[in-house]
Design a protein around this ligand. Structure first.
Ligand SMILES: NC(=O)c1ccc[n+]([C@@H]2O[C@H](COP(=O)([O-])OP(=O)(O)OC[C@H]3O[C@@H](n4cnc5c(N)ncnc54)[C@H](O)[C@@H]3O)[C@@H](O)[C@H]2O)c1
Length: 355
């Protein structure tokens, strides 16, 4: 990179650490300002990461910090106003997943970014796992053939403390959804990356394990039809204890079946099934975690190298004036899928078409 980019972080909570550590290790970009509407948290985060310019007011942050890039690490409904503020200030925005809580909001963000000429990125760092990319490459080079059948299975554990630790979790207005919107969306992103575009979705959701202290779904099932009548299933729950993990499987019309699994949670994805005639074996066994869900900080730490790869791509895109690999349009796709499951569930499982 030729120019030292001035980067800021807004939302100084748990995942912001991955962004700050990633920026510290880069040449070509520096973390110069941080903002959190909790002033104490902003100050502590600034101190921990050697940043003097600390803000608790987003308007002042965008007006005074003289940023090239902002990393948005706040809860879901605040992503839209902050991306719009970044667009008004001419600051490129890398936004944590999900891009927004509904596609209408995502569309306003994408339009504002386009009009302002800023880059908009959505963080889906698991796409940077070598195992996830290996499947995409097997689709691109014809090893798999056209993906005709897919599955996304999410069998994880969350306890009451997880939902109560951050007040925004588990509520429709502040979280935007449950296991689909918050946890499964990384893997729904992989499923649609391998199999998209989506034509229609049928689904059901329920709150079966955590009822009483969350209002969003903890359990969901769905079927997805992709262009050309190709099909996939989704099963997701935060009710299993111990966590079994996350898995995306695709079968292609060349006869191959490939899958990527995150188990134990926080480990890098591995291809536990690589069923390609005469191919080198990538197989690893499905291993049940004997603990419950590991501490979030540990999971985040393990994901840092993949955050780093996505941040690198985003900053390179800013400098080279090209589209980032996972831009707003890409980020919108898994969000549209989640929203369609919710809509279908409201209509007792009726198929919901996706334009
Ligand atoms: N990519 C991943 O693997 C990953 C992992 C965890 C979380 N996330 C995403 O990152 C985002 C943040 O999650 P988290 O777990 O770090 O949350 P968190 O609650 O730990 O931190 C959020 C911070 O944002 C601050 N905040 C809230 N609204 C704000 C506003 N309008 N302006 C400034 N600050 C504001 C809060 O005070 C808090 O400090 C969410 O979108 C979440 O889904 C992504």
């Amino acid at each position: 990179m030729s120019k030292e980019l001035r980067a800021g972080i807004i939302g100084c909570g748990k995942i912001a650490i991955n962004h700050a550590d990633t920026l510290r290790d880069f040449t070509g970009a520096s973390l110069v300002a941080v903002c959190d509407n909790d002033a104490v948290r902003a100050k502590e985060f600034g101190r921990d990461h050697g940043v003097d310019a600390v803000f608790s007011d987003p308007d002042r942050f965008f007006a005074e910090a003289d940023l090239d890039v902002v990393h948005i690490c706040t809860p879901h409904p605040s992503h839209e106003p902050l991306v719009l503020a970044a667009a008004r200030a001419g600051v490129h925005a890398l936004c944590e997943k999900p891009l927004a809580v509904d596609v209408e909001s995502a569309d306003r963000m994408i339009a504002a970014a386009d009009e302002a000429g800023i880059k908009l990125g959505t963080v889906f760092q698991r796409r940077y796992w070598p195992a996830a990319r290996r499947i995409r490459a097997a689709i691109d080079d014809g090893t798999l053939g056209t993906p005709i059948l897919g599955d996304c299975t999410v069998l994880i554990h969350k306890n009451r403390a997880y939902f109560e630790e951050d007040a925004w979790r588990g509520r429709w207005d502040t979280d935007g959804g449950g296991v689909l919107m918050n946890q499964a969306i990384h893997y729904l992103d992989l499923l649609q990356w391998y199999m998209g575009p989506i034509v229609s979705v049928s689904g059901r959701i329920a709150t079966l394990k955590h009822a009483g202290y969350i209002e969003v779904e903890d359990t969901a099932v769905a079927t997805v039809e992709f262009e050309g009548g190709r099909l996939a299933t989704i099963r997701a729950t935060t009710a299993t204890d111990p966590s079994l993990g996350y898995r995306v499987t695709v079968t292609g019309d060349a006869g191959a079946t490939l899958s990527v699994i995150e188990s134990p949670i926080g480990g890098p994805g591995v291809n536990d099934v690589w069923a390609v005639r005469d191919a080198e074996e990538y197989s690893l066994p499905w291993s049940a975690d004997t603990e419950s869900h590991p501490p979030q900080a540990e999971v985040h730490r393990a994901l840092k190298p993949y955050h780093a790869l996505q941040v690198r791509d985003f900053l390179d895109a800013v400098v080279a004036d090209r589209t980032p690999e996972i831009d707003g349009v890409e980020g919108r796709k898994s969000l549209a899928l989640v929203q369609a499951v919710y809509e279908s569930a409201r209509r007792n499982g009726e198929p919901v078409p996706l334009p």
